[in-house]
Design a protein around this ligand. Sequence first.
Ligand code: B12
Ligand code: SF4
Length: 589
Amino acid sequence: MMNEPPDGGRMIVLTAPLTEAIDHAGYFIQMAMASLPIWMEGIINRKYPKWRDVEYNEDGSARYMPAGVRLVEKSLLREYRSDDIVACFPDDLPKFVGPRTRVVAVSTHNPLGVTFAAGVYTSIFGSSKMPINSHYSRQLFAQIKASPYRDNFKVIVGGSGGWQIIQTDTYEELSIDCVVEGRSESVETLELFRKAINGEELPRRVEVKHPLDREGILFPDTRTTFGVVEMTTGCGRRCKFCVPDLNPQIDLPKDKIMEAVRANVRNGNKQISLATEDMFIWGQVHTDTPFYFPNREALVDLYSDIVNTPGVEQHVLSHSTIAPAVVDPLLIKQLSDLLLPKSPIHFPYLSSHPEKKALAPLIGLETGSVRMAKQIMSSKGVPFSIEDWPSVVLEGLRVLNENNWFPAMTLIVGNPGETDDDVRDTIDLIYEIERRGLFAFLIPSIFTPLHDTRMEKEKGVTQTRQLTPLQWQLMMKCWKMNLRPGQYSWWGPMAWRVGSIGMWLYKLRGLNGPNFTWPLLMFSGALSEKTLQRMGKIYRGKPLKTKTRAELLASLKPKDWQYLRADNGDMPTAGYVPRVAEQAMTASP
Ligand code: B12
Ligand code: SF4
C-alpha cells in the first residue's frame, strides 16, 4: 500500500478474501479452495485459468461481494453516506485505504480452514492449516496489517467464520481489533462502527443480537457473489452440532427476496441462489402446520417467480433436509420441472433429463447409526422418528434421484462417543445406497466442535492419524462411491489406482498412519473389496431392511396424517398397525 488514494480514502472500507468473493465457475470452486491445501492450487489454476479475473464498478469498487459484505454495507448506509463507504477486492485496498480511513471491515466465511470438511481434507493431504482459501485470507490480513495508515483505523471482522479468529487467538498475528459474532443489522454493530470512527478502543469480541422477525433483516440491493439472496434464517430441527440453528427460525418475505433477485440481475448477475439451512421450511414458519410439512404451493410459487425473472439464466440450490422428499414427492417433482432447465449442473451419467441437468442441494446425512443420531440430532428426520433415520435417508434419496436431484450429503466421522458399531451402521447405510443404485455425493468430515453449539465443549477425533480403520474405511468408501460416475471411461479406474497408490507412497502413508493403508487400497480398487474382506482388512456393509414410504407415513402420529397430501399416494388409513421399526438386518452376503 504505497500510494495515497487521491481523495484520502474512504472512511469505511469493506472487503473479503479474494477466494470468497469470486463469482466464477459456481459454488464448487470455492468449496474446493476451502478444502485443498495451497500446494494444490495449480489444479485450480489449470481447471479455472480465469478465476482471478474479477469485475469492477466504474469507481474501482467490487462489482460483486459475498452477501455478508453487502449486508454490512446496507446496514451502514442507514447511518453513513454512500461516499463514505466502499466494498472492494483485496488487491484494490490501496485505492481506498488512506488517511481518512477509520475502519477496515472484513467479512469471512472460513478464514483459517478449521471448520468441518474443509479442515479434514487439507489434513489428509498434509498441511492442516493452509487451505487455499486460508492462504488468501491470511494474505488479505497481511496486506491490511502492512498499510501505512494502519494506526489510523480499526480492523473489524465478521461473518460465519469469525469464530475461527477467536478460537485460535490470532488477533495479533492477523492484526484484528475486534470480531463481531452475529448480524450487521443489529444496533450493537452500528455502535461498534461509531466507536471505531471516533477512534475509541474496541472490545476483542462482541456478540450481537439476531433480529427476531422478518422486518429486522435487510436485503442487498447490489450484486452478491453467486447471486446469494437469503431465504430463511434458523432451521428448527435442533441438531446439537449446528450453528445456524441457533438463530431464530424466520422465512423472509417474498417481495424482499424478489427485489434482491432483480437487483442482482440489474447488476449483471445471471445466477441466483437462495441461502437457507432448509429451503423446505420457507412458507411454513409459524403457520398452523408444523414447519416440517412443506408448503408446496408457496415454494413452487417462489421458485417459479425466481427462475422466470428476466435475466436469471441459472439457479442453484443451497441447503435442505431430506425428510421433506419423503413427505411430499410431488413437490420435488414440481420443483424439478421448474428448476432443472436453469440448473448449471450436469451429471451426464446419472441424469435422465434430456440435457443431463441435475440439482444438487447440500443435505446432512451425518450418521447411519440410530444410536448416534438420537444423541446428536434427534429431530433431524421429523416428522419421522429418528429410529427410522436410515429409512428416511434411503426413501428420500430414492425420491430425489428419481427427479434428478443428486445431493451432496455430509457425514460426520469421529463424533464424541462414536464406537466401531456406530461406524459399522454408517457403513451399512452407505453400502445400501450403493446396492440400491442411489447416488449422492458423500462428503465425510471429521467432527469439529463449533463455537456456541451445544457440542462446543465435546471432543471427537482431532487428527487424521487418530482415525480407526473403520472410520478410514467409511471415508474412503464415500470417496470411492463419489467417483462412480467418473469411472465410466476405460482409463478412469486405472488412473485412480495408479494415482492413489503413488500418492500413498509419496506422501500420505506417513501423515495418516497405518490405519489408512487398507482403506486406501480399497479406494484405489487395486484389490477387490471381496478380497480385502476375506483378508479381514475391511468391513463390507450388510444389507439393510428398511421401511418403505408407505410404512414411514403409516408410522406417523395419526394427528399428523392431516398434513399429508393425498396426491402423493401411500396415505395411511385408520386401523393400520405400523410395523415395529425394523432395524433387523439379514446376513452378510
Ligand atoms: C451460500 C453459502 C456458501 C456458498 C457461497 C459462499 C460465498 N462466498 O458467498 C458456497 C457454496 C461457496 C459455500 C462454501 C462453503 N461454506 Co458455506 N454457506 C453458505 C450459506 C448457505 C449462506 C451464506 C450467506 O451468504 N448467508 C447470508 C449472509 C447475509 O449471511 P452472513 O454471511 O453470515 O452475514 C451476516 C453476518 O455474518 C454478519 N456479517 C457478515 N460479514 C460481516 C462482517 C462484519 C465486519 C460484521 C460486523 C458483520 C458481518 O452480517 C450479515 C448479516 O447482516 C451459509 C449458511 C447460512 N445460512 O449462513 C453456509 C455456511 C456459512 N457455510 C459453511 C461452510 C462450512 C462452508 C464450506 C467450508 C463448506 C466446504 N467444506 O466446502 C465452504 C467454504 C467456502 C470458502 N470460500 O472458504 C458453514 C459455516 C461454518 C463455519 N464457518 O463455521 C455454513 C454456516 C453452513 C452450515 N450450515 O454449516 N458456502
Ligand atoms: S437440519 Fe441442518 S440446519 Fe437444521 S439443525 Fe440440523 S444441521 Fe442444523
